[in-house]
Write a protein that binds this ligand. Structure first.
Ligand code: TRP
Length: 507
């Protein structure tokens, strides 16, 4: 399987402009770009370097084996092929599932346009599989506010046509329908947009988290400066506390404190929810947010365990590694709304080939599947391991030609995209609203946890209403621990630096 893990290496694609020459690789929530050499060639994204730089852990064969042992199921192809390639505390989530039986899944999407592309579906396909395997609750956050603030910031404060706050809510609705069409279980999935859902206990968490992060920390992690609008500077707190189950009391059978009833029994946030662990599957550009939440979650009034992460690579742009599919460059991406004909033309015309210059040379020397975009897409979407390996071997030996690889890729993508479009056409407004209603989710988690008695509130919260669970481990720590936390608070400025550097795991 080693050959399959090597997807996504090194072609040379011409840089877009002169001033990019010599630019370093840059990966953060607002930038995804490979290094550009002095001659102007864009290099493939160096994921090994990223593991070092971010201080995340590589996902190993041992993780796969443990995953399969715990779930009793074969790992998803995206994990088998190490397209989800790194993590933080993934082992701890498996431990929690084995011991207590449940955890919360959290992922999201920034609605920057009406239609999602193939790359956007990757974390969702994977998350859906995890949800099915573990039978756990899932929240999906649509960051209409983030995209509005970001777009306006990028346009130097100007608000362009089609980019008002209200427009991003519309994009969010379209994206939510796309997400639903990927098949999430309505009984255990809550989908929301920030513009609609912020309030109640969630907003209390936001406010508290905002108080724990300084401007220096935020600018260290995201590159903000004096001319960044203050909405964008503060936004990260929302994406961070979205990882806390206490932001969604309704989903766990607890009451929220919101209009119209403002039930006084639910005025305070529920401590019991703070102990439920969270796993976040996402692309690695989102990691700076979650480094921040991991750094601060134990400083909340009701401390949360550090959210665990499982991180993916980016789906390569049609032009080849070094960039990712981008909604703003239609020729870089295959959209979920593209017709069969468009898919065919895009792959045939634009997909970077790892084949040789001439047929004769290709037959003699063989092609390079590692840089071949059609092959790369197959590695994401073709389920059959044996066929994928066969394509790999035959391409290398020269038996399989670029045109043939492209045909296979077109066939696979067309099947996926048209099945998607069929389901998407049937998603109604009412169905969308049903996913977006805060309500108690139905899930069972691990059927035979080792330690069910100490399980955090697993969907039976209302019956327990804080009491027992709270006393057992309200997580506030001893007096000494609280004092230490206060001291740590004084070292705010140092953290700005630390956020830029790898987190030291296990400390
Ligand atoms: N900021 C993300 C984006 O722009 C959206 C998002 C919010 C997200 N919460 C998340 C993505 C959690 C992954 C996991 O796409």
């Amino acid at each position: 399987m080693a050959s399959l893990a090597a997807v996504g290496a090194l072609p040379a694609v011409a840089a877009q402009s002169e001033d990019q020459k010599g630019a370093k690789q840059q990966i953060d929530p607002y930038n995804v770009a490979g290094e550009v050499d002095d001659a102007g060639n864009v290099q493939a994204i160096d994921y090994d370097y990223l593991i070092q730089e971010f201080g995340v852990q590589p996902l190993t064969e041992q993780h796969l084996q443990r995953f399969e042992a715990v779930t009793g199921k074969k790992a998803h192809r995206l994990m088998r092929r190490k397209l989800f390639f790194s993590h933080r505390d993934f082992d701890k989530i498996l431990d929690a599932y084995e011991q207590y039986g449940t955890f919360m899944l959290y992922t999201g999407r920034g609605p920057s346009s009406g239609s999602m592309h193939l790359g956007h579906t990757v974390p969702f396909l994977f998350t859906k599989e995890l949800q099915d395997m573990f039978d756990v609750p899932l929240v999906i956050m649509l960051t209409d506010d983030e995209k509005y603030l970001y777009t306006r910031n990028k346009n130097d404060g100007h608000q362009k046509a089609g980019a008002a706050a209200d427009d991003f809510l519309d994009y969010a609705y379209e994206n939510i329908k796309d997400i639903i069409a990927l098949g999430f279980d309505p009984k255990k999935t809550f989908i929301y947009t920030d513009y609609e859902y912020l309030g109640g206990h969630y907003y209390r968490n936001v406010s508290e988290f905002e108080s724990l992060v300084t401007f220096n920390q935020a600018s260290g992690a995201f590159g903000f400066g004096g001319s960044t609008n203050i909405g964008l500077i503060a936004y990260g707190a929302k994406q961070c506390v979205a990882a806390f189950p206490s932001s969604y009391p309704d989903l766990f059978g607890y009451k929220d404190y919101r209009a119209p009833d403002y039930d006084v029994s639910a005025k305070r946030r529920h401590k019991a929810l703070a102990s439920i662990p969270t796993l976040i599957p996402c692309a690695i550009d989102q990691e700076p947010y979650f480094r921040m939440v991991r750094d601060r979650s134990d400083r909340m009034t009701d401390p949360h365990p550090k959210p665990a992460l499982i991180l993916s690579k980016f789906l390569t742009a049609l032009q080849g590694p070094g960039g990712k599919m981008s909604a703003s460059d239609p020729n870089s991406a295959i959209f979920m709304s593209d017709t069969t004909k468009e898919i065919k033309t895009k792959i045939n015309k634009h997909a970077f080939s790892g084949g040789r210059e001439s047929l004769e040379e290709h037959r003699r020397l063989g092609g390079n599947p590692d840089v071949d975009v059609a092959y790369t897409y197959l590695s994401y979407f073709l389920e059959d391991d044996a066929e994928l390996e066969d394509l790999n071997a035959k391409y290398r030996s020269g038996e399989l030609l670029t045109g043939e690889m492209k045909q296979r890729c077109i066939a696979e993508l067309t099947t996926f995209v048209s099945a998607f479009q069929e389901r998407r056409a049937k998603v109604t407004h009412e169905e969308m609203r049903a996913y977006m209603k805060p309500r108690k989710l139905e899930y069972s988690g691990n059927p035979s946890p080792k330690n069910p008695k100490t399980a955090p509130a697993a969907g039976n919260g209302a019956a327990e209403e804080d009491g027992a669970a709270e006393k057992k481990g309200d997580g506030r720590g001893t007096k000494g621990e609280r004092k230490a936390a206060k001291l740590a608070a004084k070292k705010e400025e140092k953290l700005a630096e630390r956020l830029k550097k790898p987190e030291v795991e296990g400390t």
